[in-house]
Design a protein around this ligand. Sequence first.
Ligand code: ZN
Length: 274
Amino acid sequence: MDYEMVKFIEEILKLSEKEAIEALKKTLYPDFNEAFNKAEKILCIAPHPDDCEVGAGGTISSLSRKGKDIYIAIATDGSLGTSDPTLTPQQLAYIRMNEQEEAARITGAKKVIWLGYKDGYMPYDKEARAKIVNIIRILKPDIVLSPDPWLTYEAHPDHRNTGLLAAEATLASGLPHYVEEGLFTGLSSWRVKYIAFYYTSKPNFYFDISDTIDLKVKALKAHKSQFEAEWNMFEALIKFISALYGKKIGVRYAEAFKLLPTQLIHAIPFAEIL
Ligand code: ZN
């Protein structure tokens, strides 16, 4: 260990735990707080139509306004999301596909990619992971957004499985020797710089969406089949949560993420407290 490093560790040990984490973050990942601003391409992965808008709709709108390319990948068709027994799953899947495309137009996302799994039956398998790796290698995003699979009290398997697969695929896509059935040949490996988990109980990054909360709300409204029946309550809830997150960074509205450099999503206990 060189002298500079010894000195750095000595300095770190003098700090409180919180200060030490901040110092380490600044040293190892100086662009951490600028991860979103520096990204050119962002891929948001969602278990269902509407999750990207609920979890990150304001962030997506803000980034697309700044000229970044946003892609949305939806794992399942959303065909279970109704309390109306007269609507068939096929009809609902069609409705929700259109709603998602409309929401993407509102937030300014460039394209929606459909993985085509059945709502409620998102598998946790190698084939699904290979599909996501293909998407990552084709699009080459700087940041991948996905639901946090380790969200406390997450009871929906589609959310857990999609989040796990997104994290695994983010890691695997950077490995040139990763081989899997269903993986397209001829695509080069791609190292995603950061993964940002939305729907997280351990947020460490807040994105100011004060200027785009209206677009987020409008995009959510496009998901009529999901929110129209109780729209007023839902809108109030979304604004309330966004305002709570906003308080964390002294702005009116924000969205919360667990943001991690991709190198830290394997065998790093430190990721938990970063
Ligand atoms: Zn969902």
